[in-house]
Design a protein around this ligand. Structure first.
Ligand code: SF4
Length: 475
C-alpha cells in the first residue's frame, strides 16, 4: 500500500495523436476531407498528445501541415492555408485523466459504496483538467514535462489542493512521504512564471484547522495576487469513511472556524483589498450562520467549489421576486399567457418531452427536490414566489441514505434517495438537481438510469440546475 502511495502517478500509455470525433459539414476540416476516427498525430512537425496540444500548436498559425493517421493505418501529410482565426470545425476525443498517486485520508473514493458508478472511483489529478474544468490537483506527483507544459502553454489558472503549508501536516493528509508532499518549489516556479493559482483547503478538524489553518491562509495570502484565492471546504464523511484519524465536522466547529477566519478575512480585505480566503457555503449552513453578502465574494472566484453558490442563488432569486412583484401573474385563462419554457431537455425516449403541466397562467403546481442542507433556503424563497404568483410549488428535502454520514448536499443525491420519498411528491411534475445526473450520460450516482427513475416517479420528472430553475421560474 505504501509503495503504491509513493509510486509516481501513472501516465496512461496512449497512442500518439488526438482522434477526431466529429467534423462539421462545410467546415475547413470537411474541406480537408478529415473524418471521424482520423487521428492527427503532428501539427507542423510537432507531436500532438491531446486536443489542448492541437489547440496550442494551431493557435495563430495560418500555414499548416497535419500528419493524419487514417483508421486503415495510412498516414497522410496535409498542407494547407487557413484564414486567421478560421475554425477547423473539428471535435475531438475527451482527455483521459491522469491518476493521482496519493492516499488522502479523506479521499472521496473511500467514501463511495462499492456499487457506485465506476467513474466515481477515478482519482484524477491532471493539470489539463485543472486548467479546463477547474479540477484540483495536489501537484505532488507532477512531472517536469507537465510543469513545462503548464508554463509553455500558459495553462493558467491552475487549481491546487494545498490543504496545509506545514509539510508534515500536508504529508499526513495526502498519505505520502514529505518529499512527495513538498510542492513548494514547484508552486513557486509556477508563480514565478505568472501562472495564477486558486488554492483549496479541505478542512479536517483536529488536523489542519485552528493555528494550522491560519498559517496556511497567511502563507498563501503572501503570494496574492498570483495566488488569487483560497477556498476552505469542510471534509464530508459518508458512512463508509471509517478512518479513525478523521473527526466529523460539527456545527460548533463551523461556528469556531467562521469566527477565526473572519478575523483573517477582515485583515486581508484591509491589506490586500480582497477577502482572499473563502469558506465553503456548507460551513455557514451547518453552523447556522448567515451567508455573507455579495461584496464578500467579489467575483465568486471559487463558486464551482461550493463557495458563494448560496449567496449567488439568493441574489438571483431576489431579482426574480422583485420582477414578480412588479409584474403580477396573469390569471389562468386570461389570454395574457407568459410562456414558460423548461431549460432542461429530457434525455431518453420514454420521457415526456413537453414542459410540466402549466395551466395557462403563471401558477405552477409541482415539487422541487433538493438536499437537506439547501432545502430550508430554497423552501423560504419558493414560499415567497408562491405568495407572489399564486403557484403551488413545494420543496422536498431528500435525506441522503445512499452515502449517509454527513452528506446532505443536493449534488450527491441518488436514484434510491429520490425513490425513497417518491410518495411525498405532489402536483403535476417534479424537479431534481441537474448535477445529480452525469453530464454526458443520463445516469445517477448509484448507477440508476434517469429513465428508470422517471418510469418509477408518479409524475414527470425534470432535471434543472439552480440557474435553470430560476430561468424557468422567471418566464
Ligand atoms: S482526494 Fe484527490 S488527490 Fe487525494 S487520493 Fe483522492 S483523488 Fe487523489
Amino acid at each position: 500500500m505504501y509503495e503504491f502511495a509513493v509510486t509516481p502517478a501513472i501516465t496512461q500509455l496512449r497512442r500518439p495523436g488526438v482522434t477526431i470525433t466529429e467534423v462539421t459539414p462545410d467546415s475547413l476540416g470537411d474541406e480537408l476531407e478529415l473524418q471521424p476516427n482520423d487521428r492527427i498525430v503532428k501539427v507542423n512537425g510537432r507531436s500532438v498528445r491531446d486536443y489542448l496540444d492541437f489547440r496550442f500548436q494551431t493557435a495563430g498559425e495560418t500555414e499548416l501541415t497535419f500528419n493524419v493517421r487514417k483508421p486503415s493505418g495510412e498516414v497522410l501529410e496535409i498542407e494547407f492555408d487557413r484564414e486567421e482565426g478560421e475554425d477547423f470545425g473539428l471535435m475531438f476525443e475527451q482527455i483521459v485523466p491522469r491518476q493521482c498517486a496519493n492516499e488522502c485520508l479523506f479521499c472521496f473514493c473511500k467514501g463511495n459504496p462499492a456499487d457506485a458508478r465506476p467513474s466515481l472511483f477515478v482519482r484524477d489529478e491532471d493539470i489539463r483538467l485543472s486548467f479546463l474544468y477547474g479540477n484540483y490537483t495536489t501537484l505532488s506527483s507532477i512531472t517536469d514535462d507537465e510543469m513545462n507544459r503548464i508554463i509553455e502553454q500558459r495553462l493558467s489558472p491552475q487549481y491546487v489542493s494545498v490543504h496545509a503549508t506545514d509539510l508534515k501536516t500536508r504529508a499526513y493528509l495526502l498519505g505520502v512521504d514529505e518529499s512527495h508532499a513538498n510542492i513548494f518549489d514547484k508552486f513557486q516556479r509556477l508563480l514565478d512564471n505568472d501562472i495564477e493559482i486558486h488554492a483549496q483547503v479541505v478542512l479536517c478538524p483536529e488536523i489542519n484547522d485552528g493555528k494550522q489553518l491560519e498559517k496556511t491562509l497567511r502563507d498563501l495570502a503572501a503570494h496574492y495576487p498570483k495566488v488569487v484565492s483560497t477556498a476552505v471546504v469542510p471534509v464530508a464523511l459518508t458512512r463508509y469513511n471509517t478512518d479513525e484519524r478523521l473527526t466529523r465536522v460539527t456545527p460548533e466547529f463551523c461556528r469556531r472556524t467562521i469566527r477565526d477566519v473572519e478575523k483573517l478575512q477582515k485583515e486581508f480585505r484591509r491589506t490586500l483589498g480582497t477577502t482572499f480566503a473563502f469558506l465553503g457555503d456548507e460551513i455557514y449552513l451547518k453552523g447556522g450562520v448567515e451567508i455573507p453578502s455579495r461584496r464578500h465574494y467579489g467575483n465568486y472566484p471559487q463558486i464551482e467549489d461550493g463557495v458563494g453558490m448560496v449567496r449567488s442563488f439568493l441574489n438571483a432569486f431576489d431579482r426574480l421576486l422583485r420582477r414578480s412583484k412588479a409584474e403580477p401573474p396573469a390569471l389562468a385563462g386570461s389570454g395574457n399567457v407568459r410562456t414558460h419554457r423548461f431549460a432542461m431537455k429530457p434525455r431518453g425516449s420514454a420521457i415526456q418531452s413537453s414542459p410540466p403541466a402549466y395551466a395557462g397562467g403563471s401558477a405552477l403546481n409541482g415539487t422541487i427536490l433538493t438536499g437537506e442542507m439547501f432545502a430550508p433556503i430554497l423552501g423560504a424563497q419558493i414560499a415567497e414566489y408562491n405568495r407572489l404568483t399564486g403557484s403551488k410549488l413545494r420543496v422536498l428535502s431528500v435525506p441522503n441514505t445512499y452515502f449517509g454520514g454527513d452528506v446532505s448536499v443536493a449534488g450527491l443525491l441518488t436514484g434510491k434517495d429520490y425513490l425513497a420519498i417518491a410518495d411525498k411528491i405532489k402536483g403535476d411534475f417534479a424537479i431534481i438537481p441537474k448535477h445529480t445526473i452525469k453530464s454526458d450520460e443520463p445516469i445517477l450516482l448509484d448507477g440508476m438510469m434517469f429513465d428508470e427513475l422517471k418510469s418509477k416517479f408518479p409524475v414527470p420528472v425534470y432535471d434543472l440546475d439552480i440557474n435553470g430553475l430560476i430561468e424557468y421560474l422567471s418566464r
